[in-house]
Design a protein around this ligand. Structure first.
Ligand code: NI
Ligand code: MN
Length: 230
């Protein structure tokens, strides 16, 4: 069984019998999160899609507590490496076979600069998404992105679950996210990155109606989980 637990915004905890993964662990300051950092005491890997605070989030603190390995782009890995955090650097289009399965770093249309603890802006490389294969199930986390033709290439990957931003303004709105579903053709879609802040208001039920029969839309509230049979 693979438990895909929605922390809120773009953050997920994925749990198997053997491993625990976090994606974009924005917990402190996340108005949607129902958890505290203490909920994440044993984490093996953290995926970071880009450097923005609502995605890099609590990565540093969680790594200090759990010794988790961060999977991110080369530039964010260098930044975190200077803080003595273990990283596995990748870059767009690259894939790597991890003990749990293959991970491919996919393109995202967005920014990635990060702000360090002194308020200085640090270049964070290119933003990304992740195609994560965990014990045979394929999960695609799009990161923050606009609609892109590259998403069409994911169709042949037979994605089981696509985690897609729908909030607009910084990312796809519900209409473009429907086009993304058309491109990707996943079995299940979970809308993310909406209603956390005023600028990213969206109606997930309207999104589900527009997706129609293209895919099974699962609207998760923070604290909900989706369970896949591995
Ligand atoms: Ni962002
Ligand atoms: Mn964001």
């Amino acid at each position: 069984m693979i438990h895909i637990y929605y922390v809120g915004h773009s953050a997920f905890l994925i749990e198997t019998e053997k491993e625990k993964f976090l994606i974009d662990p924005f917990i402190t300051g996340n108005p949607q999160a129902v958890d505290t950092l203490d909920s994440f005491d044993k984490i093996d890997y953290i995926f970071v899609t880009h450097g923005h605070g609502d995605h890099l989030g609590d990565t540093v603190e969680i790594c200090r507590r759990t010794q988790a390995i961060v999977i991110s782009n080369f530039e964010i890995s260098q930044y975190l490496g200077k803080k003595n955090i273990s990283c596995h650097p990748m870059h767009i289009g690259g894939s790597f076979e991890f003990p749990f399965g293959r991970v491919k770093m996919t393109p995202a249309l967005h920014g990635s600069d990060l702000t360090d603890e002194n308020g200085n802006v640090v270049a964070g490389g290119n933003p990304c998404g992740f195609l994560i294969e965990i014990h045979g199930q394929k999960i695609y986390h799009a990161g923050d992105t606009g609609l892109s033709m590259e998403m069409h290439l994911l169709k042949e990957e037979h994605v089981n679950v696509a985690l897609l931003p729908i909030g607009g303004n910084f990312v796809m709105d519900i209409y473009d996210a429907v086009k993304a579903v058309d491109f990707i053709q996943p079995s299940i879609v979970v809308p993310i990155h909406y209603n956390t802040f005023d600028l990213i208001k969206a109606n997930p039920k309207e999104f589900a109606t527009l997706v129609g029969k293209r895919a099974n839309v699962k609207i998760l509230n923070p604290g909900d989980e989706l369970i896949l049979k591995a």
